[in-house]
Design a protein around this ligand. Structure first.
Ligand code: HEC
Ligand code: HEC
Ligand code: HEC
Ligand code: HEC
Length: 436
């Protein structure tokens, strides 16, 4: 697909209307989370030349219904996933004890410790006692929507990069108009267009690597990547760990630790695109879409369509498991249940190994710190140890895939996960030898 064409595909249309969101403190009703197109159109929207995702949803109910699903995290019971986040973030916004997401009302931003979802009422409920007014959005800024909404880039083109750090306000939310994880992000101006990446930063920042990726990877990779909005020719040295580190260093995206003098690459902890791109399964034609968005048959009409619950778990999706079996039968797996069991075992194994590696990295860092403080070794050796640590830690991060869920993403690239762990351990042993 022609990149230039993708980039110029966005048409700026202002939809000046209030969101169809009831904003109240208690029982804040965001869009009702029933699997139906949310009826939030106003006359202004109806006359706009670009349709909102709710309008498209009415034309493509199978895709919409499968998209509008809530994911319950099995580990902490948190409700999440693209549709759920969209509702939390664009309705009055959620904040939980692990993050700093402001909860927005008509006049003020709040931080709240927790909120719960009432399945029957289809509403997020927050208790008054856990709300505190804040003057500005703490960690949640307009910039957060750069990787959530096709509308963001229109606003950025008009207002400039300053908006990244600005707190959310009602005007901005109104212009986003519910369009987060919207059809346009993956389909451009019409859902009939083949799915691909439409975020400008990604299509430009990937440089020559753009064409090396399958659209089935780009469509998800436009957000699930180690790239960010400042990236230029990000994959100049390829998709593997050392290439990512070198690229980050050249782009000045690093972080320096004063106590040890170690510099590490920033933002390489969610390398979905990178791990999948370098996998054996990808070489055989497997993409993010094949595992996370398999084709499904509608029970009522018998129509075949693409399941749009992209952020759901493949392990809970029968069609996805059938797909795995097309290859994994030959690898000794005979049923969907066995497939799930095999993946769970691999995830646990990876979690154990990665947790041990994390501890070993921490120990090594402590030894480097002690060497710095005690001035016990010569500078050349110390520098060599620091550089090696950078490489070892990057391997840990990329193999880990997500700091909150060690081992969960093992299916993205099993071979590379084990390889990076092994290499990291070898490097850490070399550091031990240097430090004596
Ligand atoms: C996260 C990316 C993503 C989003 C968001 C998305 N789609 Fe899709 N869509 C896909 C993929 C992937 C396919 C599979 C076909 C392809 O690769 O082109 C697809 C296919 C389709 C098709 C073709 C028929 C089919 O089911 O295969 C339609 C129609 C469609 N989507 C409608 C929508 C609508 C309507 C929305 C918004 C409510 C939407 N899509 C949002 C990724 C997305
Ligand atoms: C517009 C950006 C964007 C696109 C496009 C996108 N995602 Fe996401 N996705 C996110 C964000 C942001 C989250 C939330 C991450 C978090 O809370 O840790 C998320 C969450 C997820 C989750 C759940 C993670 C969890 O912690 O529960 C999965 C699985 C996922 N995405 C898969 C996909 C797949 C597969 C595609 C492509 C079909 C895709 N995503 C496309 C931005 C995107
Ligand atoms: C070989 C199949 C496969 C491919 C290809 C694949 N995934 Fe996954 N993905 C999985 C499985 C299996 C899980 C684990 C799900 C679970 O444990 O419930 C997962 C987990 C995830 C998660 C974490 C979900 C969570 O709950 O934290 C994200 C995010 C994700 N995938 C995104 C992507 C993206 C983006 C791509 C493409 C760049 C991709 N996946 C490619 C199979 C795949
Ligand atoms: C096109 C064939 C193909 C498909 C489809 C496929 N795999 Fe694989 N899978 C392989 C091959 C080949 C390997 C061994 C190479 C490797 O480690 O990447 C493998 C390895 C794995 C492993 C490591 C354990 C092992 O058997 O080596 C896991 C876990 C895995 N795949 C999960 C999945 C999941 C989950 C799906 C479906 C959502 C899936 N795969 C779909 C071909 C496939």
């Amino acid at each position: 697909m022609n990149r230039q064409k993708l980039i110029s595909g966005a048409v700026v249309v202002f939809v000046c209307c209030a969101l169809g969101i009831g904003i109240g403190l208690l029982g804040c009703s965001a869009s009702k989370e029933t699997p139906q197109a949310e009826g939030s159109e106003t006359p202004a929207e109806q006359t706009a030349t670009v349709k909102t995702m709710n309008q498209w949803g009415k034309e493509y109910p199978l895709q919409w219904n499968s998209y509008a699903q809530i994911k319950v995290n099995p580990y902490d019971g948190d409700k999440e996933g693209h549709f759920c986040l969209r509702t939390k973030e664009l309705g009055p916004i959620k904040k939980d004890s692990r993050g700093y997401k402001p909860f927005r009302t008509e006049d003020e931003n709040y931080v709240i410790d927790f909120l719960t979802y009432d399945d029957e009422a289809g509403q997020w409920i927050v208790d008054d006692s856990v709300m505190n007014v804040v003057t500005e959005a703490t960690a949640y800024t307009k910039g957060c929507f750069s990787c959530r909404s096709s509308k963001f880039q229109e606003i950025e083109a008009r207002e400039g990069a300053d908006i990244y750090k600005q707190p959310l306000d009602n005007e901005f939310i109104a212009e986003i108009n519910g369009q987060a994880w919207d059809c346009a992000l993956c389909h451009g101006d019409n859902p009939e267009n083949p799915a691909d990446s439409y975020l400008k930063y990604f299509n430009e920042g990937t440089g020559t690597a753009f064409d090396e990726m399958d659209p089935g990877l780009r469509v998800c990779g436009q957000c699930h990547t180690t790239m960010n909005h400042f990236s230029e020719d990000h994959f100049r040295y390829g998709f593997e760990v050392d290439g990512l580190v070198d690229s980050k260093f050249e782009q000045g995206q690093t972080s320096f630790d004063k106590e040890t003098g170690i510099t590490t690459a920033s933002g390489i902890y969610l390398p979905d695109l990178e791990m999948v791109q370098t996998s054996k399964m990808r070489e055989m034609g497997v993409t993010c879409v094949s595992c996370h968005m398999p084709k499904t048959t509608d029970k009522e009409s018998g129509a075949e369509y693409t399941m749009h619950n992209a952020s759901g778990s493949p392990l809970e999706n029968k069609a996805a498991m059938e797909y795995c079996l097309t290859c994994h039968k030959a690898r000794g797996i005979n049923s969907a249940d066995e497939m799930v069991k095999m993946v769970r075992e691999q995830q646990e194994k990876a979690a154990t190994v990665l947790t041990a590696l994390k501890e070993r990295c921490a120990d090594t860092k402590a030894k480097i710190k002690a060497a710095v403080e005690g001035a016990t070794i010569d500078m050349a050796k110390l520098d060599a140890a620091r550089e090696k640590y950078t490489r070892a830690y990057a391997r840990y991060q990329v193999a880990l895939g997500d700091p909150n869920t060690a081992g969960l993403k093992i299916a993205h690239n099993p071979a590379m996960t084990w390889q990076y762990v092994d290499e990291a351990n070898v490097i850490l042993t070399e550091i031990d030898a240097l430090l004596g």
